[in-house]
Write a protein that binds this ligand. Structure first.
Ligand code: HEC
Length: 112
């Protein structure tokens, strides 16, 4: 599977530990398909913009919003989902970097 080999390649090439973690986060949000509710580039659709939320919220609130979710409002809780929980710090850093403009939408981090 292309997805799996990209994941493996990102981990073995290791352009730097920090960058590798961001690549893992980038892949995890794609595998989880957050975009099906949050829209292309996660900038809002049926659900609000994740990038906008990262811009205004603390790291703790951002992480809690994903792990706890808000099932009544349609946001699944990702606590216990290893794909997301194991990468949650890097997922927060990924969206913080999108929010401050240091990472572009779309491209895998480090490969723009
Ligand atoms: C089934 C649709 C759906 C999926 C899939 C989904 N979300 Fe959400 N998400 C929502 C909805 C709806 C809300 C708004 C909930 C509310 O009004 O409090 C939300 C809220 C959020 C928030 C808080 C934003 C805010 O303004 O309150 C974050 C952060 C978030 N989602 C991240 C993610 C991430 C990361 C993923 C993938 C791992 C994901 N979501 C997958 C529907 C979804």
């Amino acid at each position: 599977m292309a997805g799996v080999s990209l994941f493996a390649r990102a981990q073995t090439q290791t352009p730097g530990a920090a960058d590798a973690a961001l690549v893992d986060a980038w892949r995890a949000v794609r595998v989880a398909d957050c975009a099906r509710c949050h829209g292309k580039d996660h900038e809002g659709l049926a659900a609000p913009s994740i990038v906008g939320f990262a811009r205004t919220q603390s790291r703790e609130r951002f992480i809690a919003a994903i792990l706890d979710g808000n099932p009544q409002m349609g946001m699944p809780a990702y606590r216990g989902n290893p794909l997301i929980e194991n990468h949650i710090d890097a997922i927060q850093r990924y969206f913080a970097a999108r929010a401050d403009g240091s990472l572009a939408a779309g491209a895998m981090p480090g490969r723009e």
